[in-house]
Design a protein around this ligand. Structure first.
Ligand code: CP
Ligand code: NVA
Length: 304
C-alpha cells in the first residue's frame, strides 16, 4: 500500500529514527561527493498554492541529486485554475508521476489528493501542519545535541502549523515540549487532544515565555503571521510583542540552548537579528537539512 506523509502521526518512532539516520548518512555522502542515483527514471510532482524557497528548491534538488526528475506544476497554469476537481487531477497525475508534494491552504484539499492518488502524497505545508519541516528539524536537534530524548524543547510564539507538527512529533517521539503562546493564539485544541491520545504526555501549553524558557535545550520560533494571515500582521505584532526570541530570552535557557527557526524570518519581530545571526542559532543547518531529509523521505517512499 502507498504511504502518505500528511501529518507526523502517519509515522511511528521507528520510521522517524530510520529517516533521521538515513538523512544524516546522505548528508555525509554528499559531503564526500557520492553520486548514487537510486531514483533514476522516477518523477516528483510539486503543486504549491503558497510561495516557497526552501521546501520547493530542496525537494527539486533532492530529486535531481538522486537521479530523478522534479516537475513543478503551476496551479495557475494548469486546469486546476479552472476548477478541475482535485479528485480528477489526483487520478490523472498518478498515471504520470511517482510521488507528489503539495503545499496548500486547507488540509481537506491535501487529504482529497491523497485519497484519490495512487502515488504517495507529501504535505509540504498546509494551514494546519508542516510535517517534513519538523522531520528535518528533529534531525538538526539530533545533529546538534546527539539525541532528541531528555531535552526540553520550547516553542515561543504562534500556535501555528509548525507548532502543530512539533506537537505531533512530541506525541510520536515522546518529547518534552513546552509551548508559550498568547491567549487566543494557542495551538488548535483538536490537534493537541489527538497528540495527547497518541502518547504526547509531556506537552504543555503556557502563556509566559519567561516561564517556558527555563532550562530550554531547544528554543524555536516562527513568524507571527503565517502565509494566508497577512491582513492580520499589524494586530499580531501588538499581541506578540512580548514573545520575541531575543538575547534576554536566550540567556534564560540552558547554557548550551540552540535557537531554531524554520525561516523565512522577520528580524526584529519574532526573533532579534542578534539571536538569528548569533552563536546559538542553527538556522542555516536547519535549512540545509531539509535537502537531506527530503532525500531520505523520497528514497523511503519511492525507492526500490
Ligand atoms: N521553511 C520553509 O518551509 O520555507 P519555505 O517557505 O521557503 O519553503
Ligand atoms: N508558519 C509559516 C511557516 C513558513 C515556512 C507559514 O505558514 O507561513
Amino acid at each position: 500500500m502507498k504511504k502518505d506523509i500528511l501529518t507526523l502521526l502517519d509515522l511511528n518512532k521507528k520510521d522517524v529514527d530510520m529517516l533521521i539516520r538515513r538523512a544524516l548518512e546522505l548528508k555525509k555522502d554528499r559531503s564526500q561527493g557520492a553520486s548514487e542515483r537510486p531514483l533514476l527514471g522516477k518523477t516528483l510532482g510539486l503543486i504549491f498554492d503558497k510561495p516557497s524557497t526552501r521546501t520547493r528548491i530542496s525537494f527539486e534538488a533532492a530529486m535531481v541529486q538522486l537521479g530523478g526528475t522534479p516537475i513543478f506544476i503551476s496551479a495557475k497554469d494548469s486546469q486546476m485554475a479552472r476548477n478541475e476537481p482535485v479528485r480528477d487531477t489526483a487520478r490523472v497525475l498518478s498515471r504520470y508521476l511517482d510521488v507528489l508534494a503539495i503545499r496548500t491552504f486547507s488540509d481537506d484539499r491535501i487529504r482529497e489528493f491523497a485519497d484519490y492518488s495512487t502515488i504517495p502524497v507529501i504535505n509540504a505545508l498546509t494551514d494546519l501542519y508542516h510535517p517534513i519541516q519538523v522531520l528535518s528539524d528533529v534531525m538538526t536537534v539530533v545533529e546538534a545535541k546527539g539525541r532528541y530524548q531528555d531535552l526540553r524543547i520550547v516553542w515561543v510564539g504562534d500556535g501555528n502549523n509548525v507548532a502543530h507538527s512539533w506537537i505531533n512529533a512530541a506525541a510520536v517521539l515522546d518529547l518534552e515540549l513546552i509551548l508559550a503562546c498568547p491567549e487566543g493564539y494557542q495551538p488548535d485544541a483538536a490537534v493537541l487532544d489527538r497528540a495527547v491520545q497518541k502518547g504526547g504526555g509531556k506537552i504543555r501549553v503556557v502563556q509566559d515565555p519567561a516561564v517556558a524558557v527555563r532550562q530550554a535545550d531547544v528554543l524555536y520560533t516562527d513568524v507571527w503571521a503565517s502565509m494566508g494571515q497577512e491582513e492580520q500582521q499589524t494586530e499580531r505584532v501588538d499581541v506578540f510583542s512580548a514573545y520575541q526570541v531575543n538575547r534576554a530570552l536566550v540567556d534564560a535557557g540552558a547554557e548550551d540552548v540552540i535557537v531554531m527557526h524554520c525561516l523565512p524570518a522577520h528580524r526584529g519581530e519574532e526573533i532579534s537579528e542578534e539571536v538569528l545571526e548569533g552563536e546559538r542559532s542553527v538556522v542555516w543547518d536547519q535549512s540545509e537539512n531539509k535537502l537531506h531529509m527530503h532525500k531520505a523521505v523520497l528514497e523511503w517512499l519511492i525507492g526500490r
